[in-house]
Write a protein of this length. Structure first.
Length: 280
């Protein structure tokens, strides 16, 4: 049966409600354990001073800092902690990989997959990303799937073709239940770490197309999931981005490494989301 507003998905494994808006820190290969602890302590103070922000936040530390961060934030279970990658198998001879069981073992709630840095530098393919998503979601975890075009593809007017193809290939064969636990992140490669974020108009145009295609591919329930924007977000540009109808949060690299910028970014993003009267 197709899921729809009248017939929502109702069977199978299901993760808890995914926050909207949703601000996810991607620490990449940064922050040593002591720095991660310092960040978490400051985060706990901010959450106490300003309630109402924390349940929109998530952090993806390095694999080594993962259990330290989950332990540090155990009294703030509303902040999701997750991994920057995840294999699809439970265990086995896969040097350098992490399994869904390992993530659950340390209290992680999600995993990022398909980041452009993994696609470009480590040969990550859509087929592998597809398997990863299935393994992650079958284990009750949320998958954050990154898609985005390179600068050349953008200049050649191929952005939509590339991004929608990545989306279709990476989510191929997902059941509605698996698809419902996937958060999409549009991350134009030319905007990542460059200081040149996509304009709200460019980002919204792509997010709208992604939502339409994902709804066609995986049903209405999945189509309502958050679609994050990533690429040079900062406290100064997030308000206008979050006012756009189809931008539901951000995947944040550089600006997530310091508590002040991460927190201000989330606060300003929430204000933009609310100013536009969007539904949480
Ligand atoms: P950036 O990275 O915010 O540093 O541009 C975003 C990302 O790669 O997820």
């Amino acid at each position: 049966m197709n899921c729809s507003a009248k017939n929502p998905c109702s069977t199978g494994k299901m993760t808890g409600k995914i926050p909207k808006p949703f601000f996810v820190a991607n620490w990449k290969m940064n922050l040593l354990t002591a720095e991660a602890v310092e960040f978490c302590q400051a985060l706990k103070n901010r959450a106490q001073e300003t309630p109402g922000v924390a349940h929109h936040l998530a952090i993806a530390p390095s694999a080594i800092a993962l259990s330290t961060v989950t332990e540090q934030l155990k009294n703030l279970p509303e902040i999701l902690v997750g991994s920057q990658n995840c294999h699809w198998l439970e265990s086995g001879a896969h040097t350098g990989e992490l399994s869904p069981a390992m993530l659950k073992d340390v209290g992680a709630g999600f995993a990022i997959v398909g980041h452009s840095e993994r696609r470009a530098f480590y040969g990550e393919t859509d087929a592998a990303i597809n398997s990863r998503i299935k393994g992650i979601t079958d284990n009750g975890l949320i998958a954050i799937l990154c898609i985005g075009e390179t600068e050349d593809e953008y200049r050649n007017g191929r952005s939509k073709e590339v991004v929608l193809n990545q989306l279709a290939a990476s989510t191929s064969g997902l059941t509605h239940e698996q698809a419902r636990n996937v958060v999409l992140a549009y991350e134009p490669v030319w905007a990542i770490g460059t200081g040149l974020a996509a304009t709200p108009e460019i980002a919204e145009d792509m997010h709208k197309a992604i939502r339409e295609r994902y709804t066609q591919l995986c049903g209405e329930c999945a189509g309502n999931n958050p679609i994050l924007y990533g690429g040079s977000t900062k406290p100064e540009n997030i308000f206008e981005l979050l006012k756009c109808p189809n931008i539901d949060g951000a995947l944040i690299g550089g600006a997530s490494l310091k508590i002040n910028s991460f927190w201000s970014l989330a606060e300003n993003g929430l204000k933009g989301y609310e100013a536009a009267g969007k539904r949480k």
